[in-house]
Ligand binder design. Sequence first.
Ligand code: COA
Ligand code: ZN
Length: 171
Amino acid sequence: MQRRTRAGAPPRVYPPSVVAEGAALGSDVVVGAFCFVAGGAVVGRGTRIQSHTSVWDGVVLGEDVFVGPGAQFTNVRHPRAAFPRAPRWDRTVVEDGATIGAQATLVAPVRVGRCAMVGAGAVVTRDVPAHAVVAGSPARVTGWACECGETVARGERAPDDLRCPACRATA
Ligand SMILES: CC(C)(COP(=O)(O)OP(=O)(O)OC[C@H]1O[C@@H](n2cnc3c(N)ncnc32)[C@H](O)[C@@H]1OP(=O)(O)O)[C@@H](O)C(=O)NCCC(=O)NCCS
Ligand SMILES: [Zn+2]
């Protein structure tokens, strides 16, 4: 498994996506079609946001984060139309190297740890430990992922070595 080399290119935003003024996008960021990135969002270098996702104020995506198509971020835990919470947003932080699966929902406030793997359709209501694989609604830890994304162990207990055989061989 080869890590992508960063070109240091300006962010690529596919139409008809909209990135609001004030949003902080790092180099080599890709924003797929039909996305909205709000003015207070932060998107780190090399992060890829697939189509049909909105990244709201209060959402901080680290570097090399993969956001699958149709993932849902939130920024108010107890929303009411008649009681606006702005600008006291509930925060979502996704740390470097983590993956958010297709159509997963992150219920803020929540933090997804480094290199964690959130399964497709998961509803994440609690912080996710680094390298954990979580799935289901509510999301629970089902295993552990290598930095490259391969599942290296099943169950709730983290293994001593979080690298897959291929990555271990090249370490
Ligand atoms: C969560 C995920 C990483 C697990 O992968 P894995 O470790 O290889 O796990 P497996 O496919 O072997 O599945 C293990 C078990 O978890 C279940 N499972 C897998 N993914 C699941 C999910 N997203 N939600 C609920 N259960 C899931 C499987 O049905 C299986 O259950 P079983 O043992 O009762 O049959 C993966 O299934 C996933 O959802 N990846 C995200 C894909 C995606 O959204 N890509 C977007 C870009 S294209
Ligand atoms: Zn690996």
